[in-house]
Design a protein around this ligand. Structure first.
Ligand code: QAP
Ligand code: CO
Length: 167
């Protein structure tokens, strides 16, 4: 197991589109273990492979209080969306920045689990937000892309300033 470096917005590699996983092999299992470790260590509630510069359709999520309900989504597709909710989102690739994003209130997602078994999950609330946020990453989108151009510019300036301080 290993902690993986997380790409920071506005890194151009966050815009890459992830390819489907063809075979769930030891490489994918190691990636999932490393992504989970990286997410728990941060700590965060979701991480997409794109954020660790691996452009494959792999997502890990754990919104549980006890951090013992890891959800692994491979080759996930949202097959149904309903309603609207607004949630204050953050992102491990956009540290220290939080803002409201409008998304579907309920989603149904079809995916493969780590055993390669097809699964269907219908959910709402924070988990629905998190699934949409992480699947956005696999399509090269960050939550900041949902905000106004003015807010995006302010976020870029703030992160650039932070990077100069920590450099
Ligand atoms: C995505 O985000 C998410 O700025 C997962 O300094 C977030 O785990 C989906 C984090 C909110 C739905 C609602 C962010 C940690 C973690 C930071 C995260 C930070 C440290 C973000
Ligand atoms: Co994110």
């Amino acid at each position: 197991m290993a902690l993986l470096p997380i790409l920071r917005f506005p890194d151009a590699r966050l815009k890459k589109i992830a390819a489907p996983v063809e075979k769930i092999d030891d490489g994918i299992r190691a990636l999932v273990a490393d992504m989970a470790e990286t997410m728990y260590e941060a700590p965060g509630i979701g991480l997409a492979a794109t954020q660790v510069n691996i452009h494959k359709q792999v997502v890990v999520i754990d919104i549980s209080e006890e951090k013992n309900q890891l959800l692994v989504l491979i080759n996930a597709r949202i097959t149904h969306k309903d309603g609207v909710q607004v949630y204050e989102e953050g992102c491990l690739s956009v540290p220290g920045i939080y803002d409201k994003v409008e998304r579907a209130a309920q989603v149904t997602v079809e995916y493969l689990d780590l055993e390669g078994q097809p699964q269907t999950l219908s959910t709402d609330g924070l988990l629905a937000v998190c699934i949409q946020h992480e699947l956005d990453h696999l399509q090269g989108r960050v939550f900041v892309d949902h905000l106004s151009q003015l807010k995006q510019m302010r976020i870029k300036n703030k992160l650039a300033k932070q990077a100069r301080i920590t450099a």
